[in-house]
Design a protein around this ligand. Structure first.
Ligand code: GCU
Length: 399
């Protein structure tokens, strides 16, 4: 197991010199790291499209028995009704003064799956099927399309009532609206169809990059919505969507807080330890996730000239929370924790509180500085305990 002491140091510039001060970090080193990861791993993302268009297609100010306002917004990525588009589902708490802070996160199985509310629009995008999904019952899926019977199947991971009661809006969108997670589709759907020239490059933006980019497009909409405070938006994601949330938070400083939940390999875990899912598996089982360039690091996990704490350093000094589960072995909880410890020095270098611990806390003990971390019992999943820690951390850092 590699030691964090031999980890590459994010404060050493490409020139080999140490970053002298915060100004040099923001002007030079931060850009170097951003360029490195855009080239080698996540791919080059396009600019905000000039014809990006939003349309509120449904609204109810008395949703959920009057508790919340529900808004459904279509984001037309190329401005046309026929082009690729994502649907934002928003719930905004009614009992608090506006504008409110919000949590934005992509979902795995469609907006209609996060809550049984019968007015949520059922996604028309492709849907995975399969009988043995440990999280949701996908028997409702017919020929890779969701049906009425799919409403609320994923509600256990999205405790909407708790989030609203704590005074936060929830904004979500379905991953397949944006970019397919089915490698067989070969970038033939969603936003990738708008950027064919980017796909033929070695630094192509893959599916993780596209999801992150779409989170920024959701933020573009949020900035126009009077009910949400755009300076208090936390970006959240679990697992592969946590990898995307981390990159979104790293690449778009409008996200005021970043939550990486069990994002593991290609997310918060350090590759250098050589534990858990490795780069070869990421690049071969999920060849659509990262740029072609990332393939050259297969079998070099422990020798990487950079590591995932650099991505987290791009979030600094904004609040960042990493959540792990003890049985989530593929994500290597100790590796997720090691990156939290490793990035602490960048936070402190920038003059903010970093992570106020050096050793892994016991189960169910959330540590919260400017960086937060917890490890809970159980496996790869999202549960109420996780959300309670994220909401506490948001209260501490966004209020
Ligand atoms: C797989 C994959 C992980 C990913 C996870 C998920 O297990 O290997 O990298 O995080 O799926 O998204 O649930």
């Amino acid at each position: 197991m590699a030691q964090t002491s031999v980890l590459p140091n994010p404060l050493i510039m490409n020139s080999g010199k140490l970053v002298k001060n915060a100004k040099q970090w923001y002007k030079v080193r931060r850009n170097e790291i951003f360029e490195l990861f855009s080239r080698e791993m996540y791919g080059q993302a396009p600019e905000r499209p000039s014809n990006l268009r939003f349309e509120v297609v449904e609204e109810d100010k008395k949703a959920l028995n009057g508790k919340a306002t529900r808004r459904q917004v279509v984001v037309y990525f190329d401005g046309t009704n026929a082009g690729p588009q994502m649907e934002l589902l928003m719930y905004i708490p009614n009992q608090v003064g506006k504008p409110v802070p919000a949590i934005l996160g992509l979902n795995f199985w469609g907006n209609h799956a996060i809550h049984p509310d019968p007015y949520i629009r059922i996604t028309k995008s492709w849907m995975e099927s399969g009988r043995n999904n440990p999280y949701v019952n996908l028997n409702c899926v017919v020929e890779h399309r969701a049906t009425e019977a799919c409403r609320g199947i994923n509600a256990a991971q999205w405790p909407l009532d708790t989030i609203l009661a704590r005074g936060y809006a929830l904004i979500t969108a379905y991953r397949e609206d944006i970019a397919s997670d089915n490698p067989k589709q070969g970038f033939s759907t969603g936003v990738h169809t708008l950027y064919p020239s980017l796909q033929s490059r070695d630094d192509n933006f893959g599916t993780i990059g596209a999801w992150a980019w779409a989170l920024s497009r959701a933020m573009d909409y949020i900035e126009t919505d009077q009910a949400i405070n755009p300076k208090k938006v936390a970006v959240f994601g679990w697992s592969r969507l946590g990898k995307a949330a981390l990159w979104a938070g790293a690449s778009d400083a409008r996200f005021a807080l970043v939550i990486s939940h069990e994002s593991g390999a290609g997310g918060a875990k350090l590759f250098r330890r050589g534990v858990g899912e490795n780069i070869r598996r990421l690049c071969t089982v999920f060849p659509h996730w990262y740029a072609h360039n990332f393939n050259k690091y297969m079998d070099k996990d422990t020798l990487l000239p950079f590591d995932q704490h650099y991505v987290m350093a791009l979030v600094a000094p904004r609040p960042l929370y990493v959540g792990s589960a003890v049985d989530d072995k593929g994500a290597d909880p100790a590796g997720e924790f090691a990156s939290v410890v490793a990035v602490d020095k960048v936070y402190r270098f920038l003059g903010t509180e970093g992570f106020p611990a050096q050793t892994m806390p016991p189960l169910h003990q959330s540590i919260q500085g400017k960086i937060g971390y917890h490890i809970r019992a159980g496996g790869h999943d999202v549960n109420l305990y996780d959300w309670q820690q994220y909401l506490n951390f948001a209260d501490k850092n966004l209020r």
